[in-house]
Ligand binder design. Structure first.
Ligand code: UGA
Length: 440
């Protein structure tokens, strides 16, 4: 059993802390935000993540997991420290490393014995070197440490599952002793036969950025092929399915939609692009993915406008789904924000519903009307738009929907509805990369 301290209780910190305590280690999750820690201690984890509350409760009960706002003590009491603080986008598009550097300084100032310092936050290649410099400059000279880059690949909405069943675990470090200690942390994963791979520090840092940028690129690619399919009369669902059957391509992350959002892809692609610029290395593919995503988000409003025959002013539009993807309350960089802004700017009226993100969106759009079910949201609206593919929307009763809407008009940006049924029921509709029917 290792004594582990996690600095930062966002998605990555909280899920990693809960997961590592579930592996049998003693974990303290620490955060400088006293209010947040107070709430977590009361059992309010503040983020919606399937299975997270259960795994936290279980490990708190067995006294393997605790929470603290005392960073100094957490550092002193731990053998291994994970830095899991945010790396937001700065005004220039670079990753803002202030929180990471502050955490490194705090660790140095409280380094009372040999420890492993491990970064889980997504950081640009070269950050490990910087962190080591900060610690070396500020620690007591007699105390030693080793550094590890251990990037996290979990997705919001399936974070607990992704942590406990990862495709791989990367340990970027400089010697075997450190690697062996990290193997001890992740030992239960051996049972699941998951590869735990040793690399150098910079390689581990690069794999994280390169993976996120590649996935973003894949989405932008299929979005552009979807747009072209619309123009040429092909069905992107079939195109993507058949492309995905090629093992080299795989069907994953090949779903076209209203543009990728969330706290990772938009910021990490920009940060990688900045890193390349700094090194004077062209990174045109990633730059194109970023540009295509901005266009895709804008394109959604143009398509809606066309579906409404260019008359948005005074029209009531029901938006179903506000989060950047299903199973999360996170609305950061959600495509719903862009379309709502444009509708309001053109004089349209928005009614909105998300199973869990209404409150988050109220902070951005306090003046639109929010509802607690799809039925009331679509009542008497001129058009319904699906922005997030929550399961409960996939199975909504289309006959009932038709009855409630003023006119049977749908914009399905996630391609969740059966087009034959929509045709049968006499809907006018648009999609992303599939058929468009306007018959009113
Ligand atoms: C992403 C990565 O998938 C994780 O591996 C990574 O650890 C994480 O970022 C991170 O860096 O922390 P996440 O942002 O939670 O995870 O969500 P994704 O499931 O990747 O979805 C991102 C966006 O892409 C969403 O807006 C989603 O709707 C969109 N998307 C995804 C598509 O439009 N099409 C797809 O086929 C897949």
């Amino acid at each position: 059993m290792k004594k582990i301290g996690i600095i930062g209780t966002g998605y990555v910190g909280l899920v990693s802390g809960a997961g590592i305590s579930d592996f049998g280690h003693k974990v303290i999750c620490a955060d400088i935000d006293k209010e947040k820690i107070k709430e977590i201690k009361k059992g309010n984890i503040l983020i919606f993540e399937p299975g997270l509350k259960e795994i936290i409760d279980r490990n708190v009960k067995s006294q393997r997991l605790s929470f603290s706002s005392n960073i100094e003590n957490t550092i002193k009491e731990s053998d291994i420290l994970f830095i899991a603080v945010g790396t937001p986008e700065s005004a220039s598009g670079k990753a803002d490393l202030t929180y990471v550097e502050n955490a490194a300084l705090k660790i140095a100032q409280n380094l009372n014995s040999y420890k492993i310092i491990c970064t889980k936050s997504t950081v640009p290649v070269g950050t490990g070197k910087k962190i080591k410099e900060i610690i070396n400059k500020n620690k007591p000279s007699a105390v030693l440490f080793d550094y590890v880059s251990n990037p996290e690949f979990l997705r919001e909405g399936s974070a607990v599952k992704d942590f406990l069943w990862p495709d791989r675990v990367l340990i970027g470090c400089e010697n075997n002793k450190t690697y062996e200690s990290m193997l001890d942390v992740y030992r239960p994963l051996f049972r699941n036969k998951k590869p735990i791979i040793k690399t150098d520090i910079a390689t581990a840092e690069m794999v994280k950025y390169a993976s996120n940028a590649f996935l973003a690129l894949k989405i932008s690619y299929i979005n552009e092929i979807a747009n072209l399919s619309e123009a040429l009369g092909c069905d992107i669902k079939k195109v993507a399915d058949l492309m995905g059957q090629d093992g080299r391509i795989s069907p994953k992350f090949l779903h076209p939609g209203p543009g990728y959002g969330g706290s990772c892809f938009p910021k990490d692609t920009k940060a990688l692009s900045n890193l390349a610029k700094q090194e004077n290395i062209p990174l045109e593919t990633v730059n194109a993915a970023i540009k295509a995503n901005i266009y895709q988000k804008k394109r959604m409003f143009s398509k809606l406008k066309a579906l409404l025959k260019n008359r948005v002013k005074g029209k009531t539009i029901a938006i179903l789904g506000l989060s950047f993807k299903p199973n999360t309350s996170d609305i950061r960089e959600s495509s719903a924000i862009e379309i709502i802004k444009s509708i309001l700017k053109d004089g349209g009226i928005v009614k909105a519903f998300d199973p869990i993100s209404n409150n988050g969106m109220k902070l951005i759009f306090p003046d639109i009307k929010y509802f607690s079910d799809w039925e009331k949201t679509v009542d008497n609206a001129d058009c319904m738009v699906i922005m997030t593919e929550w399961n409960e929307f996939r199975s909504l009763d289309l006959k009932e929907l038709k009855k409630r809407l003023k006119k049977p008009i749908i914009f399905d940006t996630r391609n969740i509805f059966d087009q034959n049924k929509l045709l049968e029921l006499g809907f006018s509709f648009d999609t992303v990369g599939r058929k468009k029917i306007i018959n009113y």
